[in-house]
Design a binder for this molecule. Structure first.
Ligand code: FES
Ligand code: FES
Length: 155
């Protein structure tokens, strides 16, 4: 076992982990943060995306020990209890989720996109979404939500 100390959603954790433990499994099973979903476990579906030091990353492609000393934000850390961020509110208003399996990862990537590019085109939003699989929505309401959130965040 190896010690790992991380900050997740502003809370500090110090745990002993197996060297082979994936960051996604550490978050879900070690810390109980099951909002980070696991689909493919090889970097294709995007469901496991979290913020690591401000950057959107696949948590299934990292070991927990690689996050030593890092700040992580999962979907649980995006808004306060009973609150929605403008991006989450846009998803609700535009019906951008059905089963919701893809949603946590897409929210994390969309937030990262809007921080880098506050006024993205539809093509740029779709390019970002190319790293995420959604089997339910057909993507159109997700694209609409991200564009609407971009407008709201620029006000
Ligand atoms: S579970 Fe990580 S990309 Fe699919
Ligand atoms: S809402 Fe079901 S996979 Fe996207």
């Amino acid at each position: 076992m190896i010690p790992v100390a991380v900050s997740v959603n502003g809370r500090h954790y110090r745990e002993e982990v197996e060297p082979r433990l994936l960051l996604s499994d550490f978050l879900r099973h070690g810390l109980g943060l099951t909002g980070t979903h696991v689909g493919c476990e090889h970097g294709v579906c995007g469901a496991c995306t979290v913020r690591l030091e401000g950057v959107a990353v696949r948590s299934c492609l990292l070991l927990a020990v690689q996050a030593q000393g890092c700040e992580i934000v999962t979907v649980e850390g995006l808004a306060g209890v009973g609150e929605l961020t403008p991006l989450q509110e846009a998803f609700r208003r535009h019906h951008a989720l059905q089963c919701g399996f893809c949603t946590p990862g897409i929210l994390i990537s969309a937030l990262f996109l809007l921080e880098q590019n506050p006024d993205p085109t539809e093509e740029e939003v779709r390019a970002e979404l190319a790293g995420h699989l959604c089997r339910c929505t057909g993507y159109a309401p997700i694209v609409d939500s991200i564009l609407a959130a971009a407008v709201a965040l620029r006000r």
